[in-house]
Write a protein that binds this ligand. Structure first.
Ligand code: ADP
Ligand code: MG
Length: 220
């Protein structure tokens, strides 16, 4: 079974997003304030509190940097670019992160050259987000395969060996702040889907046998 992911117009309106951003940032700020008050009273076990405070600050930091994409003032910069070379760059970049988790990133391609009209840095961001999710989905050593095929349309599949996406979550993917991770922001797929929409490309999700998922980008 495969499913096409479409961004929800309703949820991506500025007002709704602003409300959820305020909410997501207020939680860590409230907790920071509480811990600061505790520290002022000079309690024991400072280190543990400082560690939590650092985590909360990091959370605000990652939310802010992902939101910068949405607020980005510069317009799209579309140009003809070799997508195979761009994917080679992204795989190389992600390998250093994957290696820490004993995960390999393999690129399989029918072609070594294929030009696509795109905003380079945005399309790179799409595959960074998908490969990052793939790495995070794998609990043990294994392989992520990025498979490029061309048959009337260009298709790029990011295939992992993780736990897969539960059906109940599939239709909600791309909603802002939807995350199942302790340190997740739940913004990666929203940004990914927005970029792909600007490129008239589609994102499909499929289950992988025997385990894992496939996030497929199809350029129309
Ligand atoms: P984040 O990675 O910060 O949680 P994303 O928008 O990138 O936010 O992903 C949202 C959620 O979708 C994740 O928390 C996870 O539950 C699910 N997900 C995304 N990619 C995968 C994948 N490859 N395998 C399993 N679950 C995934
Ligand atoms: Mg992510």
């Amino acid at each position: 079974a495969q499913q096409m992911l479409v961004s929800s117009e309703k949820l991506s309106t500025a007002g709704q997003l602003a409300a959820s951003v305020a909410h997501e940032i207020r939680n860590p700020i409230t907790s920071l304030k509480g811990f600061l008050q505790l520290l002022e009273t000079g309690i024991e076990g400072k280190e543990a509190y400082l560690k939590i405070m650092k985590d909360e600050i990091e959370k605000i930091e990652s939310i802010s940097s992902e939101l910068l994409y949405i607020a980005k003032p510069s317009p799209n910069e579309f140009e003809e670019a070799n997508i195979i070379e761009m994917l080679e760059d992204v795989c190389l970049l992600m390998r250093s992160q994957a290696r820490l988790d004993d995960v390999e990133v393999v690129l399989e391609s029918d072609l070594d050259h294929h030009m696509v009209l795109c905003d380079r840095s945005q399309i790179k961001q799409v595959f960074i987000n998908l490969i990052k999710n793939a790495i995070e989905a794998m609990r043990e050593a294994g392989t992520i395969t990025v498979k490029i095929t061309y048959d009337e349309t260009l298709s790029i599949e990011v295939m992992d060996e993780g736990e897969g996406v539960p059906d109940s979550l599939k239709e909600r993917l791309g909603q802002p702040f939807l995350t199942t991770k302790d340190k997740g922001t739940g913004l990666g797929l929203m940004v990914t889907m927005d970029i792909l929409k600007n490129h008239e490309a589609e994102l499909l999700i499929k289950d992988r046998e025997p385990k894992g998922s496939i996030f497929q980008v199809e350029f129309l």
